[in-house]
Design a protein around this ligand. Structure first.
Ligand SMILES: [Fe+2]
Ligand SMILES: [Fe+2]
Length: 192
């Protein structure tokens, strides 16, 4: 029979170097919950970008939405490699994200309010991944590799929504295809 606690060198090297692996797992699961829940809410927000004004915005929300799914996927194998796991109850997972603010605005198709919510989500994600980068930089190279690629995409997403809301140029060109995820595709290969 397999040993209950097999020797996991990938975790031991971190512990031997004074890294709090439990803290990294905790932050990674939390960040994954935010990405997963944001993916859901962005789906609903995108659907409510209606009319002539909404049509152009829909595509930008879609690019950000599909990359959030990629960010969720990018966390998964690393959580388990580190010895962590996802909550068994999906409701616990969604609740821990604290993403209720992403529910539809009062006027469900209010484009400006939708964009403001998207921007707030991206800015929250930047803080989450910046924190993850700081926790792992020069310490846990494998987690850092994922975190810095996700952070790169979140910064792009923030710039897109800033441009749409305030006309601040972002250098933005649309993704070549929805789900391109230029920085995280190699961490979320399950998505094709
Ligand atoms: Fe994201
Ligand atoms: Fe994002």
């Amino acid at each position: 029979m397999a040993k209950k606690n097999p020797n996991t060198i990938g975790v031991k090297v971190l512990e031997q170097n004074g890294i709090d692996v439990k803290e990294i797992i905790k932050q990674l699961v939390y960040n994954a919950s935010v990405e997963f829940t944001a993916y859901y809410y962005f789906t609903n927000l995108r659907m409510h970008c209606t009319g002539m004004e909404g049509e152009g915005i829909k595509g930008v929300v879609e690019d950000a939405r599909l990359e959030d799914l990629s960010h969720f996927e990018s966390c998964l194998s690393r959580i388990y490699e580190l010895g962590g796991s996802l909550p068994n109850d999906a409701q616990d997972f969604i609740k821990m994200s604290g993403c209720e603010f992403l529910q539809l605005p009062q006027k469900k198709t209010g484009i400006k309010a939708i964009l403001e919510k998207c921007l707030k989500a991206e800015q929250g994600a930047i803080m989450n991944w910046y924190k993850m980068c700081k926790m792992t930089f020069n310490k846990d190279f494998a987690t850092y590799d994922i975190a810095k690629d996700i952070l790169r995409e979140e910064i792009e997403h923030e710039a897109w929504f800033l441009e749409l809301l305030y006309g601040r140029p972002s250098g933005h060109m649309r993704r070549k295809f929805p789900g391109e995820r230029p920085h995280t595709h190699r961490h979320s290969r399950a998505l094709g």
